[in-house]
Ligand binder design. Structure first.
Ligand code: ADP
Ligand code: MG
Length: 404
């Protein structure tokens, strides 16, 4: 990854930020229930960036999208819905501005003093946002002196507020973006070897690009979850009524061949936890060798012997990237393999022998469930952007911040 500019580079361009207007793209797409924010993690992630700029005397204008209004105003998707949450987290008063460009924003800038913060309206109320329309980019930029992107989670989109602005204003990565890029860089771009990747979850089809990219990058590819069934079936294992994409057998073979060629060892489970019905603690629950799965059984978790062997693999590695649970972890006891492997990874990280990076909606939930999320070196909550990074794709919002 090329070097990208951070807040530490602002001094190259500005002697003093006092009174300068910083347009700061943040992630305020917060989960809500009955009109109240249920999780303010994303605001907390960007608070250091916002406060650092404000404390340096900048007038901070926050830009964010909220929901999918598709280019039209919807009162239920106004960023004013999250204003209270933003004020609570920052511990400062924040002015709400119902526009993102034009005279109203200019007037607000005139009212704000150095160090003051304003929240602009949902960028996606304007059609030009998702089209990265140069006219909208120019109109937003007209009210700012510099642009800071602190929303890694939106960096896989080339939108006006995530990419376009970086080309017309001096542009910098915020602290949260910087932390994410540094952590991900350490995990795959420039990792300490050997590197292990755990890829699990439901389906091969949703993670084909991830698998294809990883086999060329890592030393050990640990495949679990429903997608392991597709690989097992491709190797001639009868997986009974397990979730399995039989039509992807050739693809699975090709991935295993590519792994062979690049010296990546693929680990598939050799014992599994099966049941005849998908329910919590079903009476038909048993553990068996993968070759002993009956026609009416389904594989719902990786077995304990395989988990122990995988733990031993992690002990030989210096870096771990993890996306996707090893089993149907939401239902007991099919969380066992995910929890056990997560605990091993957490212990190795605590001892300092492993750098561990994980991401993905269900993966983060699973690691929280295992109680080890805080022991990992880095947990990405970026969803789509994290997956695209795991696919080896260049993220437009990141690319635009690279030092030229
Ligand atoms: P993430 O959101 O972290 O990227 P995915 O969405 O790809 O992860 O996969 C998570 C889902 O995979 C979970 O809902 C889990 O129950 C399911 N899953 C894992 N293993 C199995 C399995 N053996 N059979 C069926 N579903 C599974
Ligand atoms: Mg998911």
């Amino acid at each position: 990854m090329a070097r990208f500019r951070t807040l530490d580079d602002i001094g190259d361009r500005f002697d003093d930020l006092r009174g300068k207007v910083a347009l700061v793209r943040v992630d305020l797409n917060l989960p809500m229930q009955d009109g109240a924010v249920t999780d303010d993690t994303r605001v907390r992630a960007s608070a250091p960036t916002i406060l650092e700029l404000a404390d340096a005397g900048a007038k901070v204008l926050l830009l964010a999208h909220f929901g999918r209004p598709k280019g039209e105003r919807h009162s239920t998707m106004s960023t004013s819905m999250v204003l209270d949450a933003v004020e609570d987290v920052l511990g400062r008063e924040v002015m709400f501005v119902p526009e993102i460009a034009g005279e109203i924003v200019a007037q607000a800038v005139g009212i704000l003093g150095p160090g003051d913060i304003a929240l602009l309206e949902n960028t996606r109320f304007w059609k030009g946002e998702e089209k990265n329309d140069p006219d909208l980019v120019k109109a937003i930029a007209a009210n700012g002196d510099l642009y800071v992107n602190d929303a890694f989670s939106a960096a896989h989109r080339a939108h006006a507020s995530t990419e376009g602005l970086a080309h017309v204003l001096p542009a910098y990565a915020g602290r949260s973006m910087q932390a994410e890029l540094e952590a991900l860089g350490k995990a795959l771009d420039n990792p300490e070897k050997p590197v292990a990747a755990v890829v699990g979850g439901a389906k091969v089809s949703s993670k084909l690009d991830v698998l294809q990219h990883l086999v060329g990058k890592v030393d050990h590819l640990i495949i679990g979850g429903g997608m392991a069934n597709t690989f097992l079936a491709a190797r001639g294992v009868d997986v009974g009524k397990s979730l399995c994409e039989h039509d992807l057998a050739a693809t699975a073979e090709a991935i295993m061949d590519a792994a062979d060629t690049s010296g990546c060892t693929v680990h598939l489970p050799y014992d599994v936890v099966v049941a005849k019905e998908f329910a919590a603690n079903p009476p038909s629950l048993r553990t068996c060798n993968v070759h002993e799965v009956a026609e009416d059984e389904m594989i719902l978790d990786v077995g304990p012997q395989a988990v122990e062997a995988l733990g031993d693999v992690l002990k030989t590695c210096r870096t771990l990237v993890w996306n996707g649970p090893m089993g149907a972890f939401e239902t007991q006891p099919f969380d066992a393999a995910t929890v056990a492997l997560a605990k091993t990874a957490a212990a190795l990280t605590r001892e300092g022998s492993l750098i561990s990076v994980a991401g993905g909606g269900d993966t983060v939930a699973a690691l929280n469930h295992a109680g080890v999320a805080s022991d990992f070196s880095y947990i990405s909550t970026a969803g789509g952007a994290f997956l695209e990074w795991m696919e080896g794709k260049e993220l437009p919002g990141v690319k635009a911040l690279e030092a030229r």
